[in-house]
Ligand binder design. Structure first.
Ligand code: DX5
Ligand code: ZN
Length: 221
């Protein structure tokens, strides 16, 4: 699995098909969808219909990052629209085990998301039942923000906990990731990298993804 997950939040939607074509040429496996409800975060993005449209036209798998206050209501819609991975925020105080169960029963992968100021303790009880943890390296709501350096130590600690529990849980990081910090994140223990603005600022997306994968010493099987 290609560890680079492009986020389409910061793309110009009139160019979306072209950008998705460039990601396809770059042999990306997953597209990261930032779903915002204007309540859990101060922004509104897009819904299940965009997920369905991408699935109808491109071979990507979809990773839906639900920044919504009521994931229990939104999860079935994104499952129906073809999302393959679904993550929701632990800060919303929902029954995480129940929601993880609903996602996994539908044959999808479930993820739990942590904001930069949320203690890692909040996900410790779920590391054996969730498929991945998404550690935010910016506060959710907008692309183009600066990477929070304290994330590196949180990645190290969380990875240590995942390994001590002998869990296959993957560690995904999201926000402000660039060529400069991606190998530090990998060394700290991160497995998957959500990247937005850094890709759109590139003259050549395929070349930029190649450089990022080189930093990760990862090559197409
Ligand atoms: C922010 C989103 C991120 C964002 C990443 O709330 O969850 O996925 O789009 O974009 P960059 O790489 O620009 O920080
Ligand atoms: Zn995201």
């Amino acid at each position: 699995m290609n560890p680079v997950f492009p986020s389409i939040l910061s793309t110009n939607f009139f160019n979306l098909q072209t950008k998705l074509g460039e990601f396809e040429k770059s042999r990306v496996d997953f597209i990261h969808l930032d779903i915002m409800d204007g309540h859990f975060v101060d922004n509104i993005s897009f819904g299940p219909s965009l997920a369905r449209s991408i699935k109808e036209k491109f071979p990507f798998r979809l990773d839906a990052h639900l920044m919504v206050s009521n994931p229990a209501r939104m999860i079935p819609h994104f499952i129906a629209s073809g999302a393959d991975w679904l993550s929701f925020h632990v800060e919303i105080d929902a029954d995480c085990s129940e929601l993880i169960g609903i996602i996994k029963k539908s044959g999808r992968c479930a993820g739990l998301v942590l904001n930069p100021d949320t203690t890692l303790e909040r996900v410790r009880p779920f590391l054996k039942i969730t498929d991945y943890i998404l550690l935010m390296s910016v506060f959710p709501g907008f692309g183009g923000q600066k990477f929070i350096p304290a994330t590196l130590e949180r990645v190290r600690q969380l990875k240590k906990e995942i390994l001590s529990q002998k869990s296959p849980c993957l560690l995904q990081v999201d926000g402000g990731i660039t060529l400069e910090n991606i190998s530090l994140l990998r060394e700290a223990g991160a497995d998957l990298f959500v990247i937005g603005t850094h890709l759109y600022n590139a003259d050549n997306i395929e070349e930029k993804i190649g450089q990022l994968l080189n930093r990760l010493q990862w090559s197409q099987p």
